[in-house]
Design a protein around this ligand. Structure first.
Ligand code: NVA
Length: 394
């Protein structure tokens, strides 16, 4: 946009607060998978995190008997926030010491009640985990249409960074998926009402029938339900991603030459694929032994000579207090390249398994940040990995 009428149109705009232009030299946005050499990543922060009151989408993901069920709304304690930040900052430092660029999201104060014309909820959630909110697909970064009401405005924490990426890399595109309404019409409210009384066996039955509290009214997906393997994109159907969401992903990315596949696992709380089925390097997948793939879904991997190994058991019998996730965060790791992996430091069995699979293992102390939204993969979002868009499943 540059002609005589607009002499300044090619200058990057300035940030309101500091006046520093939105440009960083050498910045590059591109990533096609979770295992090529990592060059630039976002690591979440624990500041201002709240436990929001339960919403129709959130209760269903919490196992029966968990203290998180029903929600104990309010700000997380300052002590737990500081400890989680100590973990996240330590993780960021490990990555920076390996010359990986690390960005942190902006802090948003979620204290106020969130009200839209369609719903109202006690507070927002936090600025963790970035993996749920941001989907880097090639040279584009997309903000996902998440199903938790408390996370409706979470993208605000990334707006400044996205703007900087957009101005600094002329090939980078920043995008936002259609915004959902998340009104009561978006959910099976009768399921939501009954959920509190259902056992894990009953929720499993419902999950096997592919019935979740989210309806098909909105287009919904979390970026963490999307697994990128070069030209092939695998999306988990479950609590946080509905079929309309998968259809949207398919239509958008297939028009760009990707192939989109739906994946389903025997799991009564199918949410986020990255503690269930994780790519480790070309030709190797790690599968949660408690969440087998549905019949027929191994074929594409086996036909293309990919090996699927089962993850060893987690080191812990229970997740930490006030954590939404399962103990399987043990297999939620960050791969730095085809032979280097960051694993949570207390997960000794998982570290040994990676060692046997030929990886150099970097232990990272992160368990005290789990309650803030997950493990090492959850806590990050790719900005740049070296490598190109390979066809692993020709
Ligand atoms: N469903 C997952 C989410 C982890 C990222 C779990 O095992 O809790």
């Amino acid at each position: 946009i540059s002609n005589d009428l607009y002499p300044n149109a090619s200058l990057p705009p300035e940030r309101k607060d500091s006046g520093v232009p939105y440009v960083r030299q050498g910045l590059h946005v591109e990533s096609y998978n979770d295992f090529d050499p990592l060059r630039h990543v976002i690591v979440g922060i624990a500041d201002n995190q709240h436990i929001p009151e339960a919403c129709p989408a959130s209760n269903e993901k919490i196992p029966a008997g968990s203290p998180m069920r029903g929600g104990k709304a309010g700000r997380r304690t300052q002590e737990s926030i500081e400890r989680a930040n100590e973990c996240l900052n330590g993780f960021a430092k490990i990555l920076e010491d390996r010359n990986i660029i690390v960005d942190r999201p902006g802090a948003v104060d979620w204290h106020e009640r969130i009200t839209t014309p369609d719903f109202s909820i006690s507070s927002g959630f936090g600025v963790m985990p970035p993996r749920d909110c941001l989907l880097t697909m090639g040279k584009s970064m997309l903000m996902a249409p998440m199903s938790f009401r408390s996370r409706y405005f979470e993208y605000l924490a990334y707006v400044d960074l996205m703007r900087e990426y957009f101005e600094s890399d002329p090939n980078c595109m920043i995008e936002q998926a259609p915004r959902p309404r998340l009104s009561d019409d978006s959910f099976r409210m009768d399921y939501v009402a009954a959920y509190e009384y259902l056992s894990d066996a009953e929720t499993m039955e419902r999950s096997l029938r592919k019935e979740y509290s989210t309806k098909e009214t909105d287009i919904l997906f979390d970026a963490a339900d999307v697994m990128r393997l070069g030209k092939d994109i695998f999306v988990q159907h479950g609590l946080t991603t509905n079929l309309a969401g998968i259809r949207w992903i398919k239509r958008k990315y297939e028009s760009q030459g990707y192939r989109v596949h739906t994946l389903s696992f025997e799991d009564n709380h199918p949410i986020h694929i990255d503690a269930t089925f994780c790519p480790l390097r070309p030709g190797l997948m790690l599968l949660n032994p408690n969440r087998p793939l549905f019949k027929g879904q191994r074929e594409i991997f086996e036909k293309n000579d990919w090996e699927i190994v089962e993850a060893v058991s987690p080191a812990w019998d229970n997740p930490p207090a006030l954590c939404y996730s399962s103990t399987w965060l043990s297999m939620n790791t960050l791969i730095l390249d085809h032979k280097t992996v960051c694993v949570e430091a207390s997960e000794t069995g998982q570290m040994e398994q990676f060692d046997k699979l030929g990886f150099d293992v970097i232990p990272v102390d992160l368990r005290d940040a789990y309650a803030f939204g997950g493990g090492l993969h959850c806590a990050t979002a790719d900005v740049w990995r070296e490598g190109t868009c390979e066809d692993y499943f020709p």
